[in-house]
Design a protein around this ligand. Structure first.
Ligand code: AKG
Ligand code: FE2
Length: 359
C-alpha cells in the first residue's frame, strides 16, 4: 500500500499565505469584483455567441467490458473507440465504484472547503507542483482574469498525500482513488484494443503501475452575477483519462464548435480522453475543450481525477498509428511531470500546449 503523507500541521504562515481571497468568501456579495468579469470585451475568445445545445453524450456500460461474453466486449470496445473519436467524452455507468463512496468523497471535499480559512491556508502552498495545494482561480499570479473557483489539488499516486484535516479525508480518498484507478486500468485495456493494439499496450507503454494520479476538488460557490463570471475556462486536460463526479450539473463540452450542457445522472462517472491519449493515438482520439459555468443559487462541487502516465514518461505517438505526414509525430521532449509544471505555471490557454513541434 502506498505510504500516506500529510501536510505538516504546524506550518507557520508566510505573508503571502495570510490572505488568498477565495471565492467562497465572495458568495454573499451582491456583485462581483471587476477582476472576475470574464465576459468583458477582451475575454470572448471562447465564443459566447455559440449555440448551447442539449445533445446526449455517449454512454458506456463498464460492466459489459468484463461480462465474459466476447460479443458484448467487442461491441462496447467499438462504442468506446467511437466515443473517444467523436466526442472525447462519455458517461460511464455500472462502473462498480460504490455510489456511497462517491457521495462520501464529495462530502469530505465539501467538509474541507467548509473549514476556516486559517485551516485551509495551511495547505496553500505556492509551488504549483506541491503535492497538496489549496488555491483559487487557476494561477492567480498570472491569470488575466480570475475564475469563480476555489480548489484543492492532491497527488494520490504513485505516492499518496492527504491534507491533515478533515480527519477522514485520507481514508476516503485512498479508497476512492484505488477504486477509480482500477476502473481506468480496465478502460485503458479497452481503449488499447479499440486502437488495434494489444490489450495491455497502453498500460505497459505508459508504466501505469507508477501512474501519476491527481485529485482536484473544485468548489464553485453561488455567484451574484453568473452571466459575467466563469468557473473554469475552456481547456483540455493533461493526462490519459480524466474522471469527473459532481453534486450538480455545470460542465459544458465543446462538440463540433458548440457548447453542450452535460446532464449527468446519479451514480455516473464522466470520463474524458485527455491530451496524452490524443497524442499517443496520434490524434485519432480527441482531447476536447470543456469549461464549467457558475450559477447564482447553489454551491457546485466537482471532483476531477487526472490519470496520467508515469511522471518520468515522455509521451509520443504510437509508431503503429503514425501512417503519414498529416499529424507529425514530433513533440517536445518533456516528461509528463515537466509538462504538468509548465501547464500549471502558465495561464490556461485552451490546448495550445498540444501543438506538435514544427520541424
Ligand atoms: O468542474 C468542472 O465541471 C470542470 C473541471 C475541470 O474541467 C477540471 O478540473 O479540469
Ligand atoms: Fe478539465
Amino acid at each position: 500500500m502506498a505510504a500516506i503523507v500529510q501536510a505538516q500541521v504546524e506550518k507557520p504562515f508566510t505573508s503571502s499565505r495570510n490572505k488568498m481571497g477565495c471565492v467562497k468568501d465572495l458568495a454573499e456579495s451582491t456583485s462581483i469584483p471587476s477582476k472576475y468579469n470574464y465576459f468583458n470585451t477582451q475575454n470572448q475568445e471562447d465564443g459566447i455567441d455559440e449555440v448551447i445545445a442539449d445533445e446526449q453524450i455517449p454512454i458506456i456500460d463498464f460492466s459489459l467490458l468484463n461480462s465474459g461474453i466476447p460479443d458484448q466486449r467487442a461491441k462496447v470496445i467499438q462504442d468506446l473507440g467511437k466515443a473517444c473519436q467523436d466526442w472525447g467524452f462519455f458517461m460511464l455507468i455500472n462502473h462498480g465504484v460504490p455510489e456511497s463512496l462517491m457521495e462520501r468523497m464529495l462530502a469530505v471535499c465539501q467538509d474541507f472547503f467548509n473549514q476556516t480559512e486559517e485551516v485551509k491556508l495551511k495547505c496553500a502552498e505556492e509551488h504549483v507542483l506541491a503535492p497538496i495545494r489549496y488555491g483559487t482561480s487557476f494561477n492567480p499570479s498570472v491569470d488575466k482574469v480570475f475564475f469563480w473557483r476555489d480548489f484543492l489539488r492532491v497527488w494520490v499516486h504513485p505516492q499518496f498525500f492527504s491534507p491533515p484535516k478533515p480527519a477522514d479525508f485520507s481514508e476516503i480518498a485512498m479508497e476512492y482513488s484505488q477504486r477509480t484507478r482500477q476502473v481506468v486500468r480496465e478502460l485503458l485495456k479497452g481503449i488499447s484494443e479499440s486502437l488495434g493494439l494489444e490489450e495491455c499496450y497502453i498500460e505497459k507503454a505508459m508504466e501505469f503501475d507508477s501512474c501519476f494520479q491527481i485529485l482536484v476538488a473544485n468548489l464553485y460557490p453561488p455567484c451574484p452575477q453568473p452571466e459575467l463570471a466563469m468557473g473554469f475556462p475552456p481547456h483540455s486536460d493533461l493526462g490519459l483519462l480524466t474522471l469527473l463526479i459532481q453534486n450538480q450539473n455545470g460542465l459544458q463540452v465543446n462538440h463540433n464548435g458548440k457548447w453542450v450542457n452535460v446532464h449527468a445522472s446519479p451514480n455516473t462517472i464522466l470520463v474524458n480522453t485527455a491530451d496524452h491519449l490524443e497524442r499517443l493515438s496520434n490524434g485519432k482520439y480527441k482531447s476536447v475543450l470543456h469549461r464549467a459555468i457558475v450559477n447564482n443559487k447553489t454551491t457546485r462541487i466537482s471532483l476531477v481525477e487526472t490519470h496520467g502516465p508515469c511522471p518520468d514518461k515522455v509521451v509520443t505517438p504510437v509508431a503503429e498509428l503514425v501512417e503519414n505526414e498529416t499529424y507529425p509525430a514530433v513533440y517536445p521532449g518533456m516528461t509528463y511531470k515537466e509538462e504538468m509544471f509548465s501547464r500549471l505555471s502558465n495561464r490556461l490557454a485552451g490546448k495550445s500546449h498540444l501543438d506538435p513541434v514544427q520541424t
